[in-house]
Write a protein that binds this ligand. Structure first.
Ligand code: NIG
Ligand code: FE
Length: 418
């Protein structure tokens, strides 16, 4: 059955020009089309046609999108959505001037959430996480990465990954699982870090890989978490076990993590708030995506990653919320897009590329996702706006009225005429 997505005001194709990412100045080229419609069939994009050539014989049914804007389904490529509990008490401390790393050193932070996750059953976690996924979908997100990292024991890390797997079955969006057992050292291994790393490398990673519980392995490389050497040791085992790599790095301190990520061809290096000048150029030739998380800088009130300099240096840049209970309790994607413009100097066009094609690339999925091109999956977010710039200009306001995954409408805003 062929469906016509009829006469939208604008189609933002993010046409990839035969590549699977955009770097540097290419990020401004969003492939804007007017006076065109889309034909979709069997969950894929069949044709992009001029409105003047639409004939009744072309399609079986239609979705009227007059005055709407179509974008590739938005892609959220870095989240910690699988958490339990609340850290609002820590938020109070933060407002009193106690900083994130200090709170973590006092047994708060990631270990605080770990305790809540360990206390929660599989079923409880599913119910806690579902509304968060619904909220992402209502914003036009059709692909969502979720990390483990709050279990920090064999049993609880596997429990979280199984929860993520089950959620991927429940929802029709793609949920991409990332193993983040190396998020921090849990209290029981505080005095024996090597033993925890040994558990990760000799037990967890082989189990995760054998049971296909994660696509990526991530590590938090930071003075309060894992060193560059420890990161490299974990990455070597992960790569040997067929996992692709991602790294939380250069968030508060630059301790060699980025160099490990680039050397090992990590798919992405995420955070980068304290990136040094000479490190920016390392992205010019690299295939590793710089995933920037302006919500963290906003939430913790510190430096923003040098997005402008990275793009000017020809990097591949993507954006994400980093949705988590401690450093970015923000799941509003549109706010992230606006922060990227206002605080990191990105253009509206660069931002749209960063949340579609480049975000797909940061999940190793840009062969099939992230742009509106014939043969790619029919994943779309539909916005009620007169121009695509409204998406960044309307700060924190959800303009998405319909989310389409593989050709099926999976979300429709109540009261919308479409
Ligand atoms: O990406 N940096 C480490 N991990 C998360 C924060 C996790 C937490 O505080 O719960 C982040 O910022
Ligand atoms: Fe993160």
């Amino acid at each position: 059955m062929v469906t016509l997505l009829k006469q939208p005001k604008q189609i933002i194709t993010i046409d990839s020009n035969g590549k699977n990412h955009k770097r540097g100045s290419e990020m401004n080229d969003i492939g804007l089309l007017e006076n065109h419609s889309l034909l979709i069939e069997n969950g894929k994009i069949k044709k992009i046609i001029e409105n003047s050539s639409i004939a009744k014989s072309n399609f079986d049914n239609e979705i009227d999108l007059i005055d709407k804007i179509i974008l590739p389904g938005l892609i959220e490529c870095h989240t910690h959505t699988a958490f339990a509990g609340s850290r609002s008490e820590e938020f109070r401390l933060k407002l009193q001037g106690i900083d994130y790393e200090e709170i973590a050193k006092k047994g708060g932070g990631i270990t605080n959430t770990m305790r809540a996750v360990r206390k929660s059953s599989f079923d409880e976690l599913i119910e806690i996480i579902k509304p968060r996924i619904d909220y992402f979908i209502s914003q036009g997100i059709t692909t969502l990465e979720i990390k483990s990292g709050y279990g920090l024991s064999f049993y609880d890390e596997i429990k979280l990954l199984q929860v993520i797997k089950e959620l991927n079955k429940i929802y029709s969006i793609d949920i991409v699982p990332t193993f983040l057992g190396a998020h921090t050292f849990p209290p029981e291994y505080k005095n024996d870090n090597a033993k925890y790393i040994d558990m990760i490398t000799s037990e967890l990673i082989p189990y995760v890989s054998k049971n296909k519980l994660a696509y990526f392995c991530d590590v938090f490389c930071e003075t309060t978490a894992f060193s560059a050497e420890q990161t490299e040791a974990i990455f070597n085992v992960a790569a040997d076990n067929g996992l692709k790599l991602k790294l939380h790095t250069e968030q508060f301190n630059s301790i060699g993590g980025l160099e490990v990520a680039l050397k090992m061809n990590a798919v992405s290096a995420d955070h980068l708030e304290v990136l040094k000048k000479e490190q920016i150029d390392l992205f010019a030739e690299s295939e590793t995506t710089a995933v920037l998380l302006p919500g963290v800088s906003f939430f913790l009130d510190y430096d923003y990653a040098p997005a402008r300099e990275l793009i000017d240096a020809n990097a591949i840049v993507a954006l994400a919320t980093d949705y988590n209970p401690g450093s970015s309790h923000i799941s509003n994607f549109q706010l992230i897009m606006s922060l990227a413009a206002l605080k990191m100097g990105m253009t509206i066009e660069e931002i749209l590329t960063a949340v579609t094609l480049n975000a797909a690339y940061a999940l190793d999925l840009s062969e099939t996702l992230g742009s509106i091109e014939v043969g790619k999956n029919a994943d779309f977010s539909i916005f009620a706006a007169s121009d695509y710039s409204e998406l960044v200009y309307n700060i924190g306001k959800n303009l998405n009225i319909m989310t389409i995954k593989k050709g099926e409408i999976i979300y429709k805003q109540e009261g919308s005429e479409t």
